[in-house]
Design a protein around this ligand. Structure first.
Ligand code: B12
Ligand code: SF4
Length: 586
């Protein structure tokens, strides 16, 4: 079998709607450079063979519950160890000189596990890790190199760096980091971005079995890389540092090209952070599509609210085939948006942009975040008011509440400079708090839930189909027990609700005695949290005390697994304390 220069792998978890465009772009660019490349999508293979137990594991509504949790991924890998091993052998049997793994925050754990397994079976293959999770500001890449899991880590755009590396592995370090012969990390200079995206070849999907993806007859394409905004919670600037846009003509040429290769393609999803960053080029694309009569549908999933989104422009977009536009609005409060660096929307009249969009017949998606720095209860009420106001358009609007409310990953501005935004990040990207403690994780969670509940009542489509976080109790457990959000318990605990709330403590005891420890904790947590109402002063209120007892109690149960007598004793204690508190409140 002929040797190939690099085999790229997309590890799980990543999206399953379409093939990963980043790897399709690396394939076309490197092939054009005369290199032999093959792409393997392990993510989609596993998705297609998943058993019932893992049926929902790729759904976004799982939040932090699956692929970002080491214990869960380990469990999954051991369940599918035969399939994964077969897959590794099928890659290795192609004799690649290098294997490239694509790491997102949701696929970095699996990338690491795969790299270790590949090493076991073929220690000579060079392992390269790249993708959005490999950014200099995050410590992850160093540990991958130090532990020799990866030989090379590539930062940002992969095209030129990988090409140079493959052609001259010992001579280039720009855009990458690796280990020298003494085992020390050598960090190359920053690679300049590709200035003209029109110069890149079209993504090559020939290695993918398109039938395996959820979006039938759908392919990804893109307008741009980078962003015109600088939101303080976003890491985009670290790997696509500047905004660059393709010409409308080039995007049109690509659509025609892919359509000729895959004639059944009916729809293109724009895979960029800002697909309406350059209105002039977008308009050119619309004109070309209208003129061509290709009858192709497309969406602008990542769009910014801007004043140029006018009724006539929407009309043109609609005529050209645009069916959905997703706006990252986050909050209707302009002072907050200004404070968090979402500048491009400030001169727009939100009401007009949304109403004109809906009236044009395009489905308008609006993303919301909860507890952005500076957000008050009044601002949160304003969000609710906003969705009430558009109730009559609910059939043509999709509301997308952010599943992690307001999250500051390493590498974003808020994480790097928390003091500038009056926040304390010491408890991690999700559990951060405002210095005045008025904006805490439970408060963000409660605003999120209140929003989802109202959106549901008003009859809006919710992208994730949820009214609460799937792992809320567990996250609250961690929050109140003072842990970091990533120190999940080893076991996967699902959030089960009571089918019927026990009438009294004896019923409760009987019920709980029939369950295992995880269930007990979960049920107990839910029972108490039914009346839970987060408050900045929780530690002063009786509800806060209930929570405090509950969380300490949970910790205790973990430590004393199976000591049921003590458990019942503690349960009584808990019940008495709650009664006392209830009495005091009266
Ligand atoms: C489209 C998109 C989606 C689609 C995915 C559709 C699909 N099938 O791909 C949807 C909407 C489903 C989605 C979901 C999510 N997304 Co998204 N998404 C994007 C978006 C806008 C475009 C992706 C893309 O195609 N980019 C274009 C290609 C060319 O870039 P690329 O894949 O990064 O590849 C380049 C480099 O990274 C590098 N590279 C990539 N792989 C490798 C491998 C090697 C070996 C090397 C050397 C180089 C290399 O070279 C490539 C070419 O230059 C990006 C933002 C962006 N502008 O990229 C966010 C982005 C990838 N998403 C992100 C996130 C966080 C998510 C979600 C977790 C959001 C959520 N909370 O639900 C989910 C996760 C999905 C899941 N559970 O699996 C983050 C990832 C951050 C991180 N550190 O990993 C991004 C970067 C957005 C952001 N700025 O935060 N997403
Ligand atoms: S608009 Fe989106 S991609 Fe751009 S900086 Fe803000 S969050 Fe990031």
């Amino acid at each position: 079998m002929a040797e190939i220069d690099i085999a790229f792998i997309q590890p799980p978890g990543w999206a399953v709607e379409n093939p990963p465009m980043g790897l399709a772009m690396l394939k076309s660019y490197l092939s054009e450079q005369g290199l032999k490349v093959k792409v393997f999508d392990l993510n989609i293979l596993l998705y297609n063979i998943r058993s019932k137990e893992y049926f929902n594991s790729w759904e976004l509504a799982n939040g932090y519950y699956t692929w970002e949790r080491e214990s869960w991924v380990n469990q999954f890998f051991s369940k599918y160890s035969d399939e994964i091993l077969n897959f590794i052998f099928s890659v290795i049997s192609q004799n690649p000189k290098c294997i490239g793994l694509s790491a997102h925050n949701s696929s970095v754990i699996a990338s690491e596990l795969l790299a270790k397994k590949i090493r076991q079976y073929d220690p000579l293959i060079k392992i390269i890790i790249g993708g959005p999770e490999m950014v200099k500001v995050s410590p992850k890449w160093r540990s991958l190199l130090k532990s020799k899991i990866a030989d090379v880590v590539v930062f940002g755009e992969g095209e030129v760096t990988v090409s140079e590396y493959l052609k001259n592995p010992d001579g280039t370090t720009k855009g990458l980091a690796n280990l020298n012969s003494n085992g020390e990390i050598v960090e190359g200079e920053t690679r300049e971005v590709i200035p003209n995206l029109d110069s890149l070849p079209f993504p090559d999907y020939s290695d993918f079995n398109l039938k395996l993806y959820r979006g039938t007859n759908v392919l990804p394409t893109y307008f741009s890389r980078g962003c015109v905004n600088r939101c303080i919670y976003c890491t985009e600037k670290n790997y696509f540092p500047t905004f660059r846009c393709r010409s409308g003509k080039r995007v049109f040429e690509e659509i025609k090209h892919q359509r000729s290769l895959y004639p059944k393609t009916e729809y293109f999803r724009l895979h960029d952070s800002v697909s309406n960053g350059n209105i002039r080029e977008l308009e050119i694309l619309c004109d070309l599509l209208i003129e061509s009569k290709l009858e192709i549908g497309f969406d602008l999933e990542g769009a910014i609210i801007r004043k140029e989104m006018t009724a006539p422009f929407y009309k043109k977009l609609r005529k050209a085939g645009c069916t959905i536009i997703g706006f990252g609005m986050e909050t209707p409060s302009k002072p907050i948006l200004k404070n968090i660096g979402k500048m491009a929307c400030l001169s727009a009249d939100f009401d007009k942009v949304i109403t004109d969009g809906v009236k044009s017949g395009i489905t308008i998606g609006v993303n919301f975040m909860f507890g952005l720095p500076g957000e008050t209860e009044e601002d949160s009420q304003m969000q609710l008011e906003f969705i009430r106001k558009y109730k009559r358009y609910r059939k043509r609007m999709i509301l997308n509440p952010a599943l992690n409310y307001c999250y500051f990953p390493p590498g974003c501005t808020a994480y790097e400079h928390p003091e500038e935004y009056g926040i304390d990040i010491s408890r991690g990207p999700l559990f951060w708090e405002s210095i005045d403690r008025k904006n805490t994780f439970p408060i963000r969670l409660s605003r999120f839930e209140r929003f989802c509940k109202l959106a549901n009542e008003l009859g809006y489509e919710n992208l994730f189909g949820i009214t609460e976080s799937i792992n809320r109790n567990e996250m609250l457990d961690l929050y109140y027990s003072g842990k970091d959000e990533l120190s999940y318990p080893k076991e996967t605990i699902l959030h089960n609700k009571w089918e019927q709330t026990p009438a009294n403590l004896d019923d409760l005891k009987t019920y709980l005695m029939s369950k295992n420890i995880s269930d007990i904790i979960n049920h107990l947590a839910f029972c108490i949290e039914q009346s839970y109402e987060p408050s900045a002063k929780f530690h002063m209120s009786s509800k806060g005390i209930k929570n405090f007892i509950k969380f300490n109690f949970s910790k205790w149960v973990y430590k004393n697994d199976k000591q049921y007598a003590m458990f019942i004793h503690a349960l009584n204690l808990l019940d008495n304390k709650i009664k006392i508190q209830g009495g005091n409140r009266k």
